[in-house]
Structure formats: C-alpha cells, structure tokens
Design a protein around this ligand. Sequence first.
Ligand SMILES: Nc1nc2c(c(=O)[nH]1)N=C([C@H](O)[C@H](O)COP(=O)(O)OP(=O)(O)OP(=O)(O)O)CN2
Ligand SMILES: [Zn+2]
Length: 148
Amino acid sequence: MAESSGSNKAAGRVGYITRVQSFSACHRLHSLHLSDEENKEVYGKCNNPYGHGHNYKVEVTVRGKIDPVTGMVMNLTDLKRCIEEVIMIPLDHKNLDKDVPYFANVVSTTENLAVYIWDNMAKALPASLLYEIRVHETDKNIVVYRGE
Ligand SMILES: Nc1nc2c(c(=O)[nH]1)N=C([C@H](O)[C@H](O)COP(=O)(O)OP(=O)(O)OP(=O)(O)O)CN2
Ligand SMILES: [Zn+2]
C-alpha cells in the first residue's frame, strides 16, 4: 500500500535528465562552397590547413515522463551506452573532417557537430525522448540544438 501511494506521486510528472561526455578531436573550418581566399576571410585562424584541436564537452538531455514504477525517465546506464556508440566511438581522438564521413562535405562547426550528434542520438534513443544537445567547443563557445 505504502509503495503504491509513493508510486502515484510520480505519475504523470515530466523530468529532464542530462549526461555529460567529453571527447577530444581536431578539425579545420573550411567550406567547399567558398574559395581559399574566402575561407581564410570567413574562418581566420580556424582555417589553418593543418587544423587545430578541442576538448569538446557534450551535454545530452532527454525529457520524458518519470515512470512511476522505476522512478526513471530512462535508465542513465542505457543513455551512457548510446553516448558511447554515437559520440565516443565515432568522434573521440578523431580528425572530424577526415575520419567522420558526414564531415567530408559538411563544415565541422560546432553547430553542425550538434546536428550530427542530435540526428544519431535520435536514432539510438527511444522515440521522442531526446530534448537537447549542448556542445561546448571551448569554455566560452557553446552551441545548443533541439532538433528544430
Ligand atoms: N559559429 C561558429 N563560429 C566559430 C566556430 C564554430 O564552430 N561556430 N568555431 C571556431 C573555431 O573552431 C575555433 O576553434 C574557436 O576557437 P577560439 O576562438 O580560439 O575559442 P575561444 O573563443 O574560446 O578562445 P579565446 O580564448 O577567446 O581566444 C570559430 N568560430
Ligand atoms: Zn575549432
């Protein structure tokens, strides 16, 4: 009896849970739609031909009903597994432009990286759970993408 009244308190409530993951990668900002001169002008030092590196930090947030029985929106252990598949295996210690086929013709800006992570996380997670991808390229540069 005590258990079921405790369960009812969570019924219908919506929660947001976030897991943070860091990874290291290098890249170069260079658009195939711009000339070399234009690339230099637009991207400046980030167009350096030999690239540069970042210690990225990604926050993955899911939103959903708190299951009255488990007390969870989703099991963080499952979220951790999805993050390993979607972020760590393809991106950690990689050259984004050369190792990740998606970025062969998409500029590896943080905006586009957030979209890449969103699209792949959305496929890996149960339907409609993904709420937000927040990518910290540096301590000062942060991009948020919510699938719009
Ligand atoms: N809209 C975007 N602008 C820029 C992006 C981006 O992804 N989206 N990326 C870069 C570069 O990749 C660059 O690495 C940013 O580094 P930097 O300017 O050095 O980073 P900080 O501002 O944090 O460094 P400071 O200490 O302030 O110099 C550029 N633009
Ligand atoms: Zn950069």
